[in-house]
Design a protein around this ligand. Structure first.
Ligand SMILES: Cc1ncc(COP(=O)(O)OP(=O)(O)O)c(N)n1
Ligand SMILES: Cc1nc(C(=O)O)sc1CCOP(=O)(O)O
Length: 556
């Protein structure tokens, strides 16, 4: 209330601003009034053509403001000047009542005539310097930014905010630039911050209740200003209940995303000094799996289903192999401890909607998601599926793959033979790539190979346990996804720790299986491996950690 009240008095005081004087032919005085305070948190951009039937823009805007919209932009592409000004005046009389600033899209002349708080302009509109001259120093002026060059140019001006977009493909603006996705928004935020650390930004382009938290979370730069808000058109304008649409968006904006629980009070420090502590946590996570029997919903490929289900059962978790969109929400909520594994091994474009629904439902339920981009670099279709999952389906907690797959996720055009991969650099170089991808996606990344590399973007661990037979059993790599998911389901507050527990369980089980008398080759090894997964679970249930004596763990 107090912020709104301050804003209201500022807006009311400054409303006619220097602009009105300019309309009358006078030059606006640079000291005529102070710039009104503005809050970009929930920015409503209008489009009358998207209103539901029998509704008016005036009542829609008023309801949306009641729901929490903090700033409004009148964007009416097909109105002539006179009706545009008349509409602007009617809308301004509403926004002023609530102390919410009103900006006009594209048309500086209309903003001047309406006497509202400012304008938003793009690169095809009036040049910023001219707009500023006409509107005066107290006007709020925003500039669109769709790429790094525009970001750099915008940040070299005195503009008041930038509108970054489109984040996603949008039907509302047919001439929008190429989608940036949250990762591209983050790059622009970093650039803007490096040139003008005080300049606030909003993101725009198909932002709605299903993606707002992922946009905010994944676009957040490692340092510098995060987004100051989100701008939406259809998510509010096309709604039959704009007040609820706005309040729903605002509440999602303000709450921490369910997949990012508050950091543990004592985060595990990953150094050799703390190895005994780390290994005792590994034991307790594996014991927890047996205790809680988490459900692992697996959308996985046909080649590995049976083995993955057996691996899940052997560690004490409960597998369900479902590929029905209709039950994704129920499965995400059916038990308190569960997780989702999405393995794209044999997927085609038909599966993308299933992935999106299952990932979003698990995000909403605060359940962890493991994504295995099998064969990511092998074909264009697979590369597009990886992009779709990471950019458009919400948030994945863990990305797990072999070196080639993770390098593809990193954006390297590595060639892959089927779903296997060639190693290109040393482990140190790979560790840098893994860490960079983890930082970029804000996920834990697990790369499997002779040495497994795990990173959450800050801490990076190398694990060199395991046995060469693992590479000779179909589904060995894929089934690891179910163990990662089970570990995350029971231990969410330090995801890297959960992944380390899963990797150590898996690889030590493989070493022990290779030494079993019954283990004569990959076939008998795979049976002994299931036995060892079970056996280690039993050992951990007794609270014993001797099985970890030979682990080869390095912290980098
Ligand atoms: C907040 C915000 N950001 C970007 C835009 C896009 O403006 P522009 O580039 O002028 O394109 P049109 O809106 O005119 O199609 C915006 N309007 N608002
Ligand atoms: C007005 C606008 N500007 C964009 C940009 O990329 O600059 S995208 C866009 C349309 C946003 O509408 P919706 O929320 O319905 O997708």
């Amino acid at each position: 209330m107090s912020e709104q009240a301050t804003m209201m008095s500022d807006v009311a005081k400054d409303a006619p601003m220097a602009a009105a004087a300019a309309v009358a032919g006078a030059t606006p005085s640079p000291t005529s009034s102070a710039k009104p305070k503005f809050d970009l948190t929930l920015y409503l951009v209008t489009s009358s053509t998207l209103l539901p039937p029998n509704t008016t823009l005036e009542s829609h805007i008023e309801s949306a403001i009641k729901g929490g919209v903090t700033i409004v932009q009148l964007r009416e592409k097909s109105l002539d000047t006179a009706p545009f000004i008349a509409l602007g005046k009617r809308i301004h009389s509403i926004t002023k009542k609530y102390g919410v600033p009103l900006l006009i899209n594209d048309r500086v002349d209309v903003a001047l005539a309406v006497g509202c708080e400012g304008a938003h302009i793009g690169w095809d509109d009036m040049e910023y310097a001219t707009a500023r001259k006409l509107l005066g120093p107290s006007a709020i002026i925003g500039l669109s930014v769709s790429n790094i060059t525009q970001a750099s140019l915008a940040a070299s001006t005195t503009v008041d905010y930038v509108g970054i977009g489109p984040v996603f493909p949008t039907r509302t603006k047919p001439d929008a630039a190429t989608p940036l996705y949250p990762g591209g928004v983050r790059q622009i935020l970093e650039l803007v911050y490096s040139k003008r650390p005080d300049l606030p930004s909003v993101a725009i382009g198909s932002i709605n209740s299903s993606n707002i938290q992922a946009v905010l979370y994944k676009s957040r730069p490692a340092e510098g200003l995060p987004l100051a808000g989100v701008a939406v058109v259809s998510a509010i304008i096309s709604s039959n209940d704009p007040e609820s649409a706005a309040s729903g968006l605002l509440s999602l904006y303000k709450s921490p995303p369910p997949w990012a629980p508050p950091p543990p009070s004592q985060p595990t420090v990953f150094t050799h000094f703390y190895l005994p502590l780390i290994l005792s946590k590994v034991v307790s996570i594996i014991r927890s799996i047996k205790e809680h029997k988490p459900l692992v919903h697996q959308i996985t490929n046909g080649v590995v289903k049976n083995f993955s289900a057996n691996v899940t059962l052997a560690i004490g978790a409960s597998p369900i192999m479902s590929e029905h969109i209709e039950e994704a929400a129920d499965l995400a909520n059916i038990v308190p401890q569960s997780a989702l594994l999405v393995n794209m091994g044999t997927a085609g474009p038909g599966e993308r909607r299933l992935y999106a629904t299952a990932i979003r439902e698990n995000n909403k339920a605060g359940k962890p998601v493991v994504f295995d981009p099998v064969g990511a670099g092998a074909t264009g279709m697979r590369r597009e599926t990886v992009r779709w999952v990471l950019d458009e389906c919400g948030y994945v907690d863990v990305i797990k793959g072999n070196e080639g797959e993770i390098r593809t996720v990193a954006g390297e055009g590595i060639r892959m033979k089927g779903v296997d991969s060639d190693s290109v650099g040393g482990v140190d170089e790979l560790a840098k790539v893994v860490k960079a991808v983890a930082g970029r996606e804000r996920s834990v990344v697990v790369t499997t190979g002779a040495t497994d590399v795990l990173s959450d973007g800050n801490r990076t661990v190398l694990v060199s346990n395991g046995h060469p037979f693992q590479a000779l059993v179909t589904g060995m790599g894929c089934a690891l996804g179910s163990v990662l998911a089970a570990a995350l389901a029971v231990h969410k507050d330090d995801k890297l720790m959960s992944c380390l527990a899963a990797i150590l369980l898996y690889n030590v089980a493989a070493e022990r299986a290779s030494k079993a008398d019954s283990s004569k080759g990959p076939g008998s090894f795979s049976v002994a491996f299931l036995d060892q997964l079970y056996e280690i679970g039993e050992i951990c249930a007794r609270g014993e950690g001797g099985w970890l004596d030979g682990v080869k763990v390095e912290f980098v």
